[in-house]
Write a protein that binds this ligand. Structure first.
Ligand code: NAP
Ligand code: GDD
Length: 324
């Protein structure tokens, strides 16, 4: 069988690292694109050194993308690189738009420029539904983004669809609902909680400071979700798919499950609400209908919410235990 080559942007992020793990099991040659920085951040990808090829590139720099494609000659590109933290997007709306919106355009132009037949995956998001106009949200649900991040991702979604329709690029949008894991960035609420609970259990801290506890999300497990990205690019025709569990929980539910892992039932006593973590506009409720992906791609999630919370908490206990 012919070896396929994939270029993954955002390689050092949560999804990039799991996708590379998965593609290696499928026999791919994997190139992982990372930005040059003063100190390498390969917490999630240290184990991939020697197994994949790291390549420098920046979604804000057109020439670097052209060079990456020339160097790797990929069959598939997974565009996962982004300023992905919604809360930060109000502080850096311009950079967020440059990378998350124009970065997609730059990559699509680089594909066109290369003249190669490259399949393209765009990391779109349930944040585009924002202030939801329909529940559950599916591929046909109208969008109403509520943050500079959501707005920037909407451009990425439409330009991907547009290049598919205008130029026949095999380009797919995965509209992924929140997905978490042991490799989740520490600023996102689930990992902040699992890390905070671990610290409390180990006597290293006495509380967790959080913002809005009433928001509700459809939380899946990241390794399940990267399989859906790959499945989209293996299908006969390019299309857009919602990827979600169909179940919805609040931050309070997450807290209750996470504290239960360390036998604490009075979790409210350990949580302080802090204005600094409230957002100028909130997404209150997201829950996805992934019937299309389940029917067409045969995809379904394998790890339950409770199992995911427990894996995250015990992983953080292990990590902090190793540090002490
Ligand atoms: P993540 O952990 O924050 O990873 C994002 C990666 O993008 C980081 O490695 C970051 O590298 C890289 N990046 C940032 N700016 C870049 C630039 N200018 N050029 C190249 N790379 C750049 O995010 P994730 O959770 O893995 O998510 C992956 C993608 O899926 C993102 O596009 C995100 O918006 C989208 N998404 C995520 C979820 C979710 O729940 N996780 C749901 C829907 C969609 P640095 O280390 O250099 O900053
Ligand atoms: N980060 C954070 N920190 N969020 C908090 C906190 C806190 O201290 N307290 C409450 N929250 C609430 C946020 O207001 C939000 O309603 C919810 O927790 C989830 O926040 P995040 O974990 O930061 O994720 P997100 O839903 O905003 O965005 C994630 O999912 C999107 C898909 O819907 C990111 O991964 C995005 O990149 C992704 O597109």
């Amino acid at each position: 069988m012919e070896t396929k080559t994939a270029l993954v942007t955002g390689i050092n992020g949560q999804d990039g690292s799991y996708l590379a793990d998965f593609l290696l099991t499928k026999g791919y040659k994997v190139y992982g694109m990372e930005r040059r920085c003063s100190r390498k951040n390969r917490v999630n990808t240290e184990h991939l050194e020697g197994k994949i090829t790291f390549i420098n590139g920046d979604l804000a720099d057109q020439n670097s993308l052209l060079r990456c494609i020339k160097e790797c000659s990929p069959d598939e590109i997974y565009n996962l690189g982004a300023m992905s933290f919604v809360g930060e997007s109000w502080n850096t709306p311009e950079t967020t738009s440059d990378v998350n919106a124009l970065g997609v355009l730059r990559m699509l132009e680089a594909i066109r420029e290369s003249g190669r037949d490259i399949r393209f995956y765009q990391a779109s998001t349930s944040e585009m539904y924002g202030k939801v106009v329909e529940t559950p949200q599916k591929e046909t649900t109208p969008f109403y983004p509520r943050s500079p991040y959501g707005v920037s991702k909407l451009y990425g979604y439409w330009i991907t669809k547009n290049y598919r329709e205008s130029y026949g690029v095999f380009a797919c949008n995965g509209i992924l609902f929140n997905h978490e894991s042991e490799r989740r960035g520490i600023e996102f609420v689930t990992r902040k909680i699992s890390d905070g609970v671990a610290r409390i259990a180990l006597g290293l801290s006495d509380h967790i400071a959080l913002g809005n506890l009433d928001a509700q999300r459809d939380w899946g497990y990241a390794p399940d979700y990267v399989e859906a990205m790959w499945a989209m690019l293996q299908h006969d025709t390019p299309d857009d798919y919602v990827i979600s569990t169909g179940e919805c929980y609040s931050i309070r539910d997450f807290l209750q499950r996470a504290f239960a892992c360390v036998n604490i039932s009075n979790w409210e006593d350990y949580v302080k609400q802090d204005e600094r973590f409230m957002r100028p506009a909130e997404v209150d409720y997201l829950v996805g209908d992934s019937s299309k992906a389940r029917d067409v791609l045969g995809w379904k999630p394998s790890v339950s919410f409770d199992e995911m919370v427990s894996r995250m908490v015990f992983n953080d206990i292990d990590l902090l235990g190793d540090d002490n």
